[in-house]
Design a protein around this ligand. Sequence first.
Ligand SMILES: [Zn+2]
Length: 518
Amino acid sequence: MERVLVFDTTLRDGEQAPGCSMTPVEKMRMAKQLDTLGVDIIEAGFAASSPADFESVREIAREVRRPVIATLARATSGDIEKAAAALEPARQGRVHVFLATSEIHLQHKLRISQEECLERAGAAVEQAVRLVGEVEFSCEDATRTDLDFICQVVEVAVKAGARIINLPDTVGYAHPDEIRTMLATVRQRVPGIEDVVLSVHCHNDLGLAVANSLAGIAAGARQVEGTINGIGERAGNAALEEIVMAMRTRRDHFPYDTGIDTTEIYRTSRLLTVVTGIHPQPNKAIVGKNAFAHEAGIHQDGVLKHRMTYEIMTPESVGLQMSNLVLGKHSGRHALSQRYRALGYELTDEDLKRAYELFKRLADEKKDVLDEDLLAILHHGCMEDFPRRYKLRHLQVSCGSAAAVADVGMEVDGVMQEAMAEGDGPLAAAFAAVNRIASDHVIELHELTIQAISPGGDAVGEASLQATIDGKTFTGTAAAPDIVNAAVRAYLNALNKAAHARTLEAAALEQASYVWGV
Ligand SMILES: [Zn+2]
C-alpha cells in the first residue's frame, strides 16, 4: 500500500495558538510521545523566532532519533542559518522554508513583486539544500494564490532542490474542490514534480481543515500536516487524529498506509491536554470525552447487541481502554504496575515508587481508584520533571457567609514560608496568600476550569488554568480530590514553570551568544 507521510506541527503551529505555549521540558515530553505515536516528521519549532525555541529544536533533534526533525524558516539567509544550526545534532533534519505567494501577502506584507518572490524562493531553497540537504518549501497562502504563479514558484523551488512541496491553506479559506484542482494543476504542469512529495497543510476557519486535507490526499498529496487535537492559530489546524482515523476507517476511499500506531492516539491527546490545560470539546471527533459514548437508550441497546450497529470504529482502536477494574487501599505495587502496563505505560522504578505513594494517599481518601485517577496520578504527580521552586506544604481555607480566609505554607527554594489572606471566596483567598509569598512575580490569572475526571461524588478534580506571569502566558494543571487544593497546585505548577523559564532564558541567552556570536 502507498504511504502517506504524517507531518506533525503541534510543537510549532499548534504552540502558536493562544494559551498553548509549552516549556522546553513539555515540548520534549510531547516530542517523545509523538515519536511513540509514529509520526514521520516532527516540526519541533521555529528556530529563528527566539533563543528558547532554538534550544528546544536542538534538544529534540539530539534526543528524538527516529522521526525527521523539522524547523520552520522564513526565506532569509539569517533564518536558514539558524535552522541549520539548530538541526545540526539531528539524525535526519529538514528545513521548512516558507514564503508567501498570494498577491495580497506580496503587496501588503512583504511588499515585493512576483519576480522578487521567485528569486527569493530559489535563493532560500538553494542555501537550505547546501546547509541541511532535506528541504521542504511552502507557498504561504497558496489557496489564495493565482494558480499560474503557484506553478512558477513551485518550479523554481523544485529546480533549487526542494524535495517536499507544501501547498497550505494558511487562512482556512479553501473548498475541497479547489484543493483538488490546485494539486492536479501543479502535478500536471510543473516539470520534475513526480520526484517531489506534495504536501497539504490546512486550517480550520470554516471547519473544513480535515475535509480539505483528505481532498489533498485523494489528489496526490503524500504528506499531510496537522496537529494533535487540532490545536493551532484561530480555529486551529487539521486534527491529525481525525485524518488518520478517517483514512483507516474508510480504507475503501483511502487505500493508503501511515506509520501511525492508532492505539497511541488517546494517550497523545491526553498528554497534550495536560500540558496545555486545554481540553478538546466533549463532542470532538476521535478524542472528545463523548466521542464513544452512547447515551440514547435505543443506541445503547443496539451497541449491547452488536457494537457495529452504532460504532464505526472501536474505542480500543484509538487506545481508549478504560475498564471498570478498580484498585483500592489494599492493592499492592505490583497490581498498580500491572494496571499501568495495561493502560500502555511502562513505568520506571522511580516513577512507580512515586506513583505508588500518591496512589496510597488517594486510596485513603477515595474508595475506588479508577483508571482515570491513575492517569491523573501519572500526569500530575510523576511527570513534573523540572525543578520546582515552590512546593505546597499546607493549605487551610475557611469560607462560608463571611469573607474567606486562607492560610498557606509553601517551601520556596527549600525555605518554609507562610502567609494568610482574605478573599471573596476560597480560591481568591488561597491565590492571594500564594501571591504574598511569591511576591517577586507579577501574576494575572485568566482562566480556571475544574473538571471531575472520574464519576461519583468522591471524584478527583482536575484544575487547569492560564495565567500571565511576568509578562508571559503559562498554563498550570493539577489534580486532587479537594478542588481548592487542586486549584492551588495548578497555580503553583504555572508559577514553577515561570520560575524555571527565567533560569532557562538566562542559560539560552548565554548559549545563543555562543552559537551566533551576538
Ligand atoms: Zn499553519
